[in-house]
Write a protein that binds this ligand. Structure first.
Ligand SMILES: [Zn+2]
Length: 346
């Protein structure tokens, strides 16, 4: 089957969607459940309706646009992504997966195909953690990995809850009903821009994701002892930031020496107390984000960090407390999908 999408239309629709933004172009800011995001979603739903797709919003604001297949009992083939955008994002993140999916459906329709399985475009709600501090709220609710009760309690910086904002956006129903039954989708494909530099550097236009890395996040707190930068001499110091530096470098070393390039570790937040030029850091708290496509390798890095905490604590006479906040499991893409995508790319 020879299929061709309407590339000009896809490009012009990506441009059209980018106009729904709270930032000056070309930047896009489109935070979930703001008037701008709702308008963008309405515009998108109109394009889906014009393509003859059957629309449904669930209670969380996930939008489903379905091209019904000839066998209504067969599980659907899903595709799609998100249209919410972090402040000053680009116009492709998420959008390519949504508008690309819609254009792919139109191309299949034009080819005269009558699918047996329904093909469903899914626009996730609140994929970005910008507003509620937790990412993928829509897809977590769909998968059942976030409970309705926990979702209801999430609030934004102004104290508005998920429950409030979804109700005022006109979404009816209960969050309990958002979870999809097991086997609802036969397969799911998402087209997404690359978020790293690798494909671009190698001049490869497309890549197929075989494994999805999972993050583990920790918070490490170090209690040393403060004092005046001029008054306390070096032999008497128990500097919390020097201890933190040692741990951060040990973490970097553990990730670099894991034996695989897929291991990454990052300290992105480091709070120093009291935080003055002439004051010895008495307390430091830093975040740790460790990701890998292999669970054992990732957990080995966590283990190494724990060992470094123990060693540094003894050596520098500081108290170190580490707390594991979250540890999702990595996932493997379905081999049938990977090989179908590889064939399509070739
Ligand atoms: Zn994205």
């Amino acid at each position: 089957m020879k299929l061709a999408i309407d590339q000009d239309r896809l490009v012009s629709e990506i441009e059209a969607l980018a106009v729904f933004s709270d930032a000056e172009p070309p930047a896009v800011t489109r935070v979930v459940f703001t008037p701008t995001e709702r308008k963008a979603r309405d515009w998108l739903k109109k394009q889906c309706a014009d393509a003859g797709l059957v629309l449904r919003d669930d209670a969380a604001g996930n939008t489903f646009a379905r091209w019904p297949g000839s066998d209504s009992q067969a599980p659907a083939i899903g595709t799609g992504s998100h249209i919410d955008a972090i402040p000053n994002a680009g116009k492709y993140d998420g959008v390519v997966g949504v508008l690309g999916g819609l254009e792919a459906i139109r191309a299949l329709q034009r080819s005269g195909l009558r699918p047996r399985h329904s093909i469903e475009l899914l626009i996730f709600t609140s994929e970005e953690p910008t507003r509620f501090g937790v990412g993928c709220i829509g897809s977590r609710l769909l998968a059942g990995t976030l409970s309705a009760g926990a979702a209801r309690k999430l609030t934004d910086n102004d104290g508005a809850s998920v429950e409030d904002v979804r109700r005022s956006a006109g979404l009816a129903g209960e969050l309990e009903d958002v979870k999809l039954p097991n086997g609802y989708y036969k397969a799911f494909v998402e087209l997404h821009i690359e978020q790293g530099p690798i494909l671009e550097r190698e001049h490869r236009p497309l890549g197929v994701v075989e494994r999805i890395a999972a993050p583990a996040s920790l918070r490490v707190t170090i209690e040393g002892s403060g004092g005046h930068a001029g008054g306390v001499l070096m032999p008497d110091r128990r500097d919390a930031l020097c201890a933190a530096s040692e741990l951060i470098l040990a973490l970097e070393g553990a990730a670099r020496n894991s034996g695989a390039v897929d291991t990454v570790a990052t300290v992105g937040i480091c709070d120093v107390f009291p935080g003055a030029v002439n004051s010895i850091p008495a307390r430091v708290r830093f975040s740790v984000d460790i990701r890998d496509t292999d669970l054992r390798r990732r957990d080995a890095v966590i283990q190494k960090l724990e060992e470094s905490c123990t060693a540094t604590s003894a050596k520098r006479q500081v108290k170190i407390h580490s707390e594991l906040l979250n540890a999702d499991a990595p996932a493997e893409s379905g081999p049938v999908i990977v090989s179908a995508l590889s064939d399509a790319c070739r």
